[in-house]
Design a protein around this ligand. Sequence first.
Ligand code: FAD
Ligand code: NAP
Length: 539
Amino acid sequence: MSGSPSVDAVVVGAGFSGLYQLYRFRELGLSTRVLEAGSGVGGTWWWNRYPGARCDVESYAYSYSFSKDLEQDWTWSEKYPTQPEIQRYAQHVAERFDLLRDITFDTRVESAVWSDERHRWTVTTDAGETVDCRYLVFATGCLSISKGPEVPGVENFRGPTYHTAHWPEGGVDFTGKRIAVIGTGSSGIQSIPIMAAQASDTVVFQRTACFSMPAGNRPLTEDEVVEQKASYTTFRQAQRESGFGVPIALPTKSALEVSDEERAERYEAAWAEGNLVAVLASYTDTLTNRDANDTASEFVRSKIRETVKDPEVAELLSPRSFPYGTKRPCLDTGYYETFNKDNVRLVDIRRTPIVEITRDGVRTSDAEYAVDAIVFATGFDAMTGALARVDIRGRAGARLAEKWNEGPRAYLGVAVSGFPNMFTITGPGSPSVMSNMMVSIEQHVDWVTDCVRWTREQGALAIEASEAAQDDWVRHVEEVANGTLFPTADSWYMGSNVPGKPRVFMAYLAGVGVYRQHCDDVARQGYTGFTTALPTPAS
Ligand code: FAD
Ligand code: NAP
């Protein structure tokens, strides 16, 4: 478009995906502009500043591997890093690799339109600026569009309301306040113990109980840090070949072929590890066989009963409606113990739904709870939410939102038929949220960079996934999911948390190692499943 600034590539988002994509595109010699809605780098870790926010993948595993110097120079302080520490890390990376000069903050991309004639994208921002580019990468995050509680009356409440996903920068002091918290997923589970320690009265509104286990977080010792830094090379390789991006000893037995005593011992050991996947990975069939899964589910419920003194509250906190692991499990610090406090109440909003937010608080079908502040820990329009909010128009003006009306369709979860030169980092159809995201982010960014390099080497103006390859991949992703218990749960992985969203399992479950192999094979064979557009005299 004449008059628009023109670059080789636009990257949308300056979280870990966008930062690394900028770094790799620069290496390739592409002029690149990053557009970011927030005012700083870090994405998830810039926005989610709620009390207790921290990663539940160990710090040295949840970090970039692309720079050996960075690995050696940066020292993590805790087993599970806090949001401020991760955000500092993102800022350090941005400064260390001189990335900030190509990032425009406080700028939301509103539309992206492909020109069939020019083989270029025109990206428009909420500031009214248009940027013209050859390649467009959505590094917009899987959990970057928050959702509310879908109840009327929020505007009538006379006190402040907060959402965990966009917490005020200076923090909030709830000392002496009566608070309501709606939502008991990972964000609620991490923040409730801290907020309840301050507040005079805490009412937790629970729609679905979650499975959580103690994180066992602690400062890292100097010896551990030395040991971790010394083992990065082998550790990274193991991460890349693993299932979840976290190397663990693979199970060899079914949960149903061992004695009750052996199983109990195994689960106890896994529980003591304070590791998100330890219980899940105790047996081969936890995620594929309901009876096997029941043994793990019941083990976690027994732990809840051991911890929570009031048996009725313990039962209410015990998940019954879905198999263990099919909604994302949580790691917590004192979550269940919090419900032993006299000033913490749990309200089952399946039995007594929230009817409205009133001037004074939260009204359910049987009572009104007067509070001074309300916290929404109600999660995200996950995986597709950020893409759906951009008006993306591909070949012949086709709209991505319409193409994905019945659920997302993408080839390898990284490219979409009809949308040339457009890539999604950790998009639907890739392992994405079913993995340690740092491993998946680096793998996707590396793959996209190689794909762009190859396209340019071919002298092509555009590369695009074919419909047939995309159909095959979508079928494969679905088949793998259907071989597991995941589709039986109403989870955000399935889109079930957002009213009206199509119910489709959105991630690829065969593991990051298997997925990497697929992607590498496609590249090695000359980008099978993709077509390229060569220049014509008119181009
Ligand atoms: P994000 O960090 O989400 O960044 C995307 C950026 O794109 C955002 O800054 C957003 O503002 C921007 N953006 C979106 N749309 C637009 C637009 N239209 N225009 C301009 N900018 C836009 N993963 C793990 O592996 N382990 C964990 O323990 C873990 N913990 C998490 C804890 C929380 C509270 C949350 C919410 C997520 C967690 N995740 C975890 C997932 C986490 O999102 C990823 O690990 C990772 O940070 C994603 O990085 P990203 O750059 O792909 O996306
Ligand atoms: P979430 O897991 O989707 O939890 C949202 C909670 O709010 C659920 O309890 C949900 O109930 C409830 N809820 C949603 N809409 C509601 C409504 N209309 N009325 C009443 N209750 C409602 O969201 P999250 O806790 O923010 O976590 C999202 C993901 O981010 C996690 O799964 C994880 O991947 C990541 N995360 C990780 C960490 C970490 O420890 N590293 C921390 C935070 C987030 P239902 O279950 O019934 O929908």
